[in-house]
Design a protein around this ligand. Sequence first.
Ligand SMILES: [Zn+2]
Length: 481
Amino acid sequence: MRFFLMIALILSACSSVPRLDVGPVPVPTTAWLSAVDWPAAASETTAVLAGYLRTDTTNPPGRETAGALYLAELLKREGIASELLEFAPGRHSLLARLPGRGDAKPLCLVSHIDVVTAEAAKWPADRQPLSGVIADGALWGRGALDMKGMGALEVMTMIWLKRLQVPLRRDVVLLAVGDEEVDNLGMKDVISRHWARIGCSQSINEGGLGVRDAVFPGQTFYAVSVAEKGLLWLKMTAHGPSGHGSTPIPGRAPERLLRAIDKLAQRDVPTEVHPSLRISLAQTGWHGGGLTGWVLRHPALWSMLVVPKLLANPASKAALTNTVHVTGFAGGFAPNVVPSEVSATLDCRLLPGIKPRVFLEELQRIVDDPQVSFAILHEAEAAESPTEDPFYQAIVRHAQGSSPAAVAGPVLSVGFTDSLFLRQVGVHAYGLVPFAVPQALAATMHGEQERIPVAEIGVGLKILLGAVLDVSAQDAAIGGR
Ligand SMILES: [Zn+2]
């Protein structure tokens, strides 16, 4: 009894994270949404996505122009003009705009047109990567989730704003770019050559997804990406005298490289719970209830009860730590020759607030070997967007409103998307592909048998259109309806 009393006392001393209140759906949004025939809109969007999946935009080599033209044709039929932006010879992104009153800077609906390659042999013969067929209640094809599905929702959102003749407070811009999957050339081109005439203050793009049974069974968690880890890609090279393989002599390059890698693997890795995780776990806790829900709402208990679980899972561990991942080797393949140089490539991902150069100095200190040098291949600091933002809150509002099982919250993405470049020019960039899928299906992105449950397509459109209306429709619209 005394034990339970003590526990109760400790628990009552901890402060809980409050339930997030994003307020009700604004009246104009409700009015516009009720004007849509949702079953028809869902099947139309499904057909649009099927056609998009059949359009080969595999990168490499990048065949984005075909995808850009596919979207442009859909817009043209509705009387929406669009523009092809050539970001590399013969490769194009697409830009379209619905003009608004100019009360606020434009809102950008961002997607990438290209998809990664697929091993056709690992897909069923009747559901190939470029098939766009419906089977077992899902629409199949490379890009269904990453991210032609979202591209289809965005183009249909533009089309519905136009069809309903929604008076807009601000421009709504569709930005479908190429080359996200390889070198981000499409978005880099948009930022360097076209940003002056786009200039969005907020955007939605890929980043998070709705995941079923993520925290509680029966609960769907819509993860809205508000931040992405920074990156530092390094080539770590060990140097030493070359020589004959027959005689091991200490201090040779391969041995030094191994020692350096071992030191990096053994380093102390501090953990840090990003504020987004604090908010999201608490929201899932409020929604899920019970003892687990109670614990999740009390961060003071996490170091004991939650963080160890998160660290046991490589995916959540990556969101709590600065990671150093050896991803390749180069140099020295003759068995009897000791090379004077061998190197390893390191993919380091850094939490917000960690400067890549400072992190590199730390790695150099840990390795502590003047015969091991580091070259920076690429670096970018982590970037974040605030959760105190009307568009972020609108996304959460409509994701949570999509079903009683739904809860939404912010997350830190461990990878990066084109939103990285948008945040660098001051955009509040949010990442959510508003489809709710089981974890196993989420894993088909970049993998085999990528598909989207057909039932999710209409739900996703309603979430996106609702969120866009919340921050773009004029209040005056109520009177007109
Ligand atoms: Zn993607």
